[in-house]
Design a protein around this ligand. Structure first.
Ligand code: MSP
Length: 530
């Protein structure tokens, strides 16, 4: 592999360790995993990062409530997050924890640099604080929100502290320019507009240290002050690549990871956009580091029509997720998340009835059914061997061109992180195979010996199109597609990064042995409860 391959760096937020993994964390991570797998298969040099955010007052308080040390709580829950990542088959290249020395060391360096440049200075803060969000709330917004958190609804806390401040206001103009010159910096559009609104309101300097608790990275030489958790947490995106290391410190982070910066996508939920879209680029500007290409802020899952909350007990939590995986398969769960999920600017309902509908229509009736139909017919009429393509074409079905268009469409949509559009283009091929079978009726052709060549051509075209569709669908349905490859007689190694070659028409060699297998996605009928 050449050193000059195009890089693709995608990150999830790092998750707070005072919470248990739930649908929200799984969703963002699945989006990143699908994009990472696809781009690796395409041959890009990919780095996919996730991890845990372990400092701050919230973690300190949760630990105290449980009677354990914050580090013990962090260790326990970081392990739980890692276990879940494995259970969900994610392919992250690293897992960063903000209590790791490789991270804290670099963050201290960043802070020293920012103090030296005057971007961080000592002052005093008096105002409102949202503890759930770890966010300082300006007076006017606090009043508009009736002194409650816009996210959790809990009362804001009045705070008066000596703090170090980050000179955010000094970056107002450069941020305006960024938004102007890089319109895709924040997506989707509705979220970008929100941030333009925040810029129009004018930016104030932000306190970046706290003195009322101790669970954080101490300010070098100023032990009374610990770093505000957001400055600490955001830095993970560059500390994991070693951008704050001295030249000799290669053992902390592999040196060649620096090539991945700047990130292509920071994928996050909409509630933490300000930090990523305003504070983070300003901090990078102050550190003289290049800016990410896009901060993508998705919306929220709600549950059966209502906001998820502990009091309603309607959290799509881990046991619920496990239940879906047991009944429908992990791949089906991934498919639902990425094709139906809230990547756009409105929240999406996670409803069981909808899940079953999508499962049956996309996976059981379309993908699974089409594959078994075609493999079965080839089994029956050609002893399981892929027939000769011959020269027959059927009016309205120029397959080389149809597949090329779908492949280009999927690749382009994936690059824009439009996952449901990408998967729709890929599954569209399968739907067209169904339409083709309906139009050509190979089972009728099979009864007429004189149509043997035509039958061979039709079934070759079906199998070859399904093979190409399978390449495009692998990123979302890796386990099931690997099963489909066995049925289609294909041995594929996505790590080889040759997706485009594999999608070239004619890749299915005549004579290849196809084998019938279990239904990929058995149709699901809900048991009626008595
Ligand atoms: N630790 C911060 C992020 C620091 S990043 C430098 C944090 N952590 S969190 O544990 O609260 O995770 C928040 C993320 O979980 C959201 O940004 C989003 O990615 C995901 N979700 C949490 N609830 C969600 C839904 N209901 N729906 C979809 N995703 C949501 O914030």
């Amino acid at each position: 592999m050449s050193a000059s391959r195009r890089t693709f760096y995608i990150t999830t937020p790092i998750y707070y360790v005072n919470d248990r993994p739930h649908i929200g964390h799984s969703y963002t991570t699945t989006v990143c995993d699908v994009a990472a797998r696809f781009h690796r298969f395409l041959g890009l040099d990919v780095f996919f990062l996730t991890g845990t955010d372990e400092h701050g007052v919230k973690v300190e308080k949760s630990a105290a409530e449980r009677g354990v040390s914050p580090q013990a709580l962090a260790d326990q829950n970081a392990a739980e997050f890692q276990r879940v990542l494995q259970m969900l088959d994610f392919t992250n290249d690293d897992f960063i924890r903000t209590t790791q020395p490789r991270h804290t060391l670099q963050v201290e360096r960043f802070v020293q640099r920012l103090i030296a440049s005057g971007d961080i200075y000592l002052g005093q803060y008096e105002g409102w604080y949202d503890e759930g969000q770890e966010e300082f709330v300006p007076d006017t917004r606090a009043k508009d929100q009736d002194y409650k958190s816009a996210v959790s609804g809990k009362p804001l806390v009045r705070m008066r502290e000596d703090n170090y401040f980050f000179r955010l206001s000094a970056y107002q103009q450069r941020l305006e320019q960024l938004y102007d010159q890089q319109p895709e910096f924040v997506r989707p559009e509705a979220r970008r507009n929100e941030m333009l609104g925040r810029l129009r309101d004018g930016l104030q300097d932000v306190p970046v240290t706290r003195t009322s608790f101790t669970w954080g990275i101490p300010i070098p030489g100023q032990d009374r002050h610990v770093l505000w958790v957001w400055l600490d947490a955001l830095s993970n995106y560059v500390t994991a690549l070693g951008l704050g290391l001295e030249p000799h410190e290669t053992d902390l982070v592999p040196r060649d990871r620096a090539r991945f910066w700047p990130a292509d996508y920071h994928v996050i939920g909409k509630e933490i956009l300000f930090f990523h879209a305003i504070f983070w680029p300003a901090m990078l500007m102050a550190l003289d580091l290049p800016l990410p290409r896009c901060v993508y802020a998705h919306s929220f899952w709600i549950s059966e029509g209502r906001k998820m909350s502990k009091s309603l007990g309607n959290f799509i939590d881990l046991p619920t997720i496990q239940g879906y995986i047991d009944s429908f398969s992990l791949d089906a769960f991934r498919w639902f998340l990425i094709t139906q999920g809230p990547l756009g600017s409105t929240d999406t309902d996670f409803a069981r009835a909808k899940f079953i509908e999508v499962y049956n229509s996309d996976l059981a009736n379309t993908l699974g059914n089409s594959l078994s139909r075609v493999v079965n017919m080839i089994g029956k009429y050609f002893d399981g061997r892929a027939p000769e393509p011959g020269s027959h074409t059927i009016e309205g079905f120029d397959w080389p061109s149809i597949t090329r268009t779908a492949v280009d469409h999927t690749i382009a949509a994936m690059a824009r992180l439009e996952l449901s559009e990408a998967m729709d283009a890929a599954l569209g091929l399968v739907r067209q195979v169904d339409a083709f079978i309906d139009a050509t009726r190979p089972f009728t052709m099979a009864k007429d010996e004189s149509q043997r060549e035509q039958l061979a051509a039709v079934l070759y075209q079906c199998a070859e199109t399904l093979r190409i569709a399978s390449m495009l669908l692998w990123c979302a349905l890796p386990n099931k597609i690997e099963q489909a490859w066995r049925m289609l007689g294909q041995s594929v190694e996505p790590a080889a990064g040759n997706l485009r070659d594999l999608c070239t028409w004619g890749g299915l060699k005549p004579g290849t042995m196809l084998t019938r297998g279990d239904a990929l996605f058995p149709r699901y009928a809900e048991q009626k409860s008595e």
